[in-house]
Design a protein around this ligand. Structure first.
Ligand code: CA
Length: 220
């Protein structure tokens, strides 16, 4: 899952990025409102963490502008003073949730997961597709209710993205964007290797290849 973090506090970014990465998110960031808005429009993010107090263009203006362009990406806003007015303005402008600074990283992760879960229509910490179940907290999978299968970070991200988009054809490029953090690793051919690894774990028919288009969960 790919997140956009728009925040001008370098120390906060430094502390958030490893935590977000560990939780399985690919993170891009911008340190001002103009760049943040541009990235949000240009790239396909699953969620946005948006500080309200930003240089060049305030987070509230960015959010209003994105919503006016019908961009529906879930947005979690960060408010510096935790004032009720900021929170009301943010929610009115189309934020999905808010968090007052300072906050614990665990709370950010929990709220983020709740926002994303609502957006993707999940009810709990598990995703299910056919006989495969993915535990989002433990980052493990199981088949037919069997023993948990350990996944590497990339296997987990890939499987989660596929399971959040069942029935959709996902191109190699799109998958690699949502799975790799580092730009230089985004050789979309490597995705094939991981797709095959998931097939070994969950059965050949679990992921279908559509020549020239990409991959989709299931055979149909
Ligand atoms: Ca700020």
């Amino acid at each position: 899952m790919k997140l956009l973090l728009v925040e001008d506090d370098a120390r906060l970014i430094e502390s958030l990025r490893p935590a977000l990465k560990k939780a399985g998110y690919v993170v891009e960031w911008a340190d001002n409102g103009i760049d943040g808005e541009f990235l949000a429009q240009e790239e396909d993010f699953d969620g946005i963490i948006l500080d309200l107090g930003l240089p060049q263009k305030s987070g509230l203006q960015v959010l209003q502008s994105l919503r006016a362009q019908a961009l529906e990406t879930p947005v979690l806003i960060l408010t510096a003073r935790d004032s009720w007015q900021d929170r009301v303005d943010g929610l009115k402008a189309g934020a999905d949730d808010y968090l007052g600074k300072p906050f614990h990283v665990e709370e950010l992760l929990a709220r983020l997961q709740a926002v994303l879960r609502r957006r993707f229509g999940q009810l709990d910490h598990r995703l299910q597709y056919q006989d495969v179940e993915l535990d989002l907290d433990r980052q493990t999978a199981s088949r037919n209710g069997g023993e948990p299968i350990q996944l590497t970070a990339i296997e987990f991200r890939l499987l989660r993205y596929l399971m959040l988009n069942p029935g959709k054809v996902l191109s190699k490029t799109r998958l690699s964007e949502h799975v790799y953090e580092e730009e230089q690793l985004r050789d979309s051919n490597v995705i094939e290797v991981y797709i095959n690894r998931l097939r070994q774990l969950f059965g050949k028919g679990f992921i279908k290849t559509l020549r020239g288009q990409g991959y989709r969960l299931g055979q149909q």
